[in-house]
Design a binder for this molecule. Structure first.
Ligand SMILES: [Zn+2]
Length: 260
């Protein structure tokens, strides 16, 4: 069943509504986001289809970047990667275009304002195709492990769990990797008024759900998943859907916080 209310939390550069289904705010809320990079296509229908378990507030944002979907692009209508436009470690010279300043894009403003007002205890953003459950910040470890533990041994094969690095190393990576990403901001930069921090997970869908996740990743992992999607999107979804929904249900049910 969908969360209770449809909200328009803002508008894209070209005026498309950014829509989200949400329960009223409350303790232990979970925000699930797709379509930050709309060319990572599978994330959008998965968030749209997901039926959260009852009992804790959930907000579902299937398409954070509607202008990008129209273009089948990673970027918004101004050519900005909205996952490089958040304020923590924002860099003008980021490898991906990061906008004129932190939060310069209407899509990131809408997301930031919703997060600050709804105050999720848990945030999960779906991307493809690194095949991993990536936890930002030590406060996110329990959530990442709950998602991993929701999977059978076979279902874990196309994923890896990425929580073991020491905090110091992770903070160094924060400088080098993904400057201005939602994950780095929410996982390392965001502190609510009561001092609590949200758990932040980037759930990277598999490049090939039929094979164990290689480490390092094959160079063509992105081409592999795009080719599969172009050929037969439903067969890709059929492989990843059940395990993803198990992880998301476990995330919604994990009690992490008494905020707000
Ligand atoms: Zn992505």
């Amino acid at each position: 069943m969908k969360p209770r209310q449809l909200h328009t939390i803002g508008y894209s550069v070209e005026g498309r509504p950014i829509e989200l289904w949400a329960d009223p705010t409350g303790p232990n809320g979970t925000l699930i986001i797709g379509g930050v990079h709309p060319d990572e296509s599978a994330a959008i229908p998965l968030v749209r289809e997901f039926a959260p378990p009852r009992g804790n507030p959930v907000a579902l944002l299937p398409l954070a970047n509607p202008d990008g979907l129209v273009r089948d692009s990673r970027y918004n209508a101004r050519g900005v990667d909205i996952n490089r436009n958040a304020e923590l470690n924002w860099r003008a010279d980021s490898e991906e275009p990061s906008g004129q300043a932190p939060w310069s894009e209407p899509e990131t403003q809408a997301l930031q304002q919703f997060i600050l007002s709804w105050r999720p205890a848990k945030i999960i953003a779906l991307h493809w195709a690194l095949g991993e459950i990536d936890a930002d910040g030590m406060q996110s470890t329990t959530l990442a492990e709950a998602m991993w533990n929701a999977l059978s041994e076979d279902e874990r094969l196309p994923y890896r769990l990425r929580v073991t690095e020491a905090e110091r190393r992770r903070l160094q990576q924060t400088e080098a990797e993904c400057p201005g990403s939602l994950g780095r901001w929410a996982g390392y930069g965001l502190v609510y008024a009561d001092g609590a921090r949200p758990a932040m997970i980037t759930l990277e869908l598999p490049y090939d759900a039929s094979v164990p996740r290689a480490d390092p990743l094959p160079d063509d992992h992105f081409d592999v998943v795009r080719a599969h999607w172009a050929r037969d999107p439903e067969s890709y979804l059929a492989k990843v859907r059940a395990p993803v929904f198990k992880m998301l249900r476990a995330a919604c049910e994990l009690n992490l916080s008494t905020i707000p």
